[in-house]
Design a protein around this ligand. Sequence first.
Ligand code: SF4
Length: 290
Amino acid sequence: MRYEGSVYRPPSEARSLIIQVTIGCSHNTCTFCPMYSDKKFRVRSFEEVFADLKEARRSQAHVERIFFADGDALCLTTDKLLSLLGAVRAIFPECTRVSVYGRADNILRKSDDELRQLRDAGLGIIYVGAESGSAEVLRRVHKSETPEDIIKAVQRAENAGIPVSVTFISGLGGRELMEEHAVETGKMISQMGASYVGLLTLMLAPGTPMNEDVISGKFEQLTMDEVLKELELILNNADCKKDCVIRSNHASNRLVIKGTLPHDRERLLAQVHKAMHDEKMLRPDRFRGF
Ligand code: SF4
């Protein structure tokens, strides 16, 4: 397989075959994100991707799931995605799900009919990094999307029958915007109707603009106690009308929680309260990672 640079995938795609259909991220300006800063964005040709799929077929007898990388592969045109999904069906008839990272604006650029075509062609889940429900936090981190964009995009994909997994980053508002970040994130979780929500905890890589802000004192990171307080606020403001699986199983988190909102909210809150007084429940800092 020809992989270019570091390749990232969601935790739940650990066993999937990863195919790079784009290189890098078409946005690539979020101040906290080091993932694709060393890559110049480009779309891979159908021929290149097709050759990778054929090569993978030769070495893998059974492929249940495929993940299209890199950062926002859903930016591809619907025609291109349909061709790629068609190639997957032809080469891996046993594959039950193709998944992809996408930004809200990638979804909003597709019509409802296009989203349904993608679902019918095998697109089984979209991973969207919302990061925060706060308009001010999104503005400060240069996400270039509003909470309204994100809510609308998630609702449209879910209504077209494509489940969406949305990630948020604990601590992204820093100390100054902690409360706003938590309350507005809880509200976004309530309104958008995503099938899955994943929580990460802010970790900063050297060289990112946000890390420079920490060094200069412009941005104050949360302590672990504050991260737990923020999580409590998110859960208290998440009032989902349909079932939403929520988990914090990413390597960046110190507390792992997993449940389904709204039913498990009290249990998850009890877990957070217990962790506030019991450090043994927390993953040691040295075992955290991006
Ligand atoms: S957070 Fe997502 S959209 Fe922003 S630069 Fe990183 S990969 Fe691109």
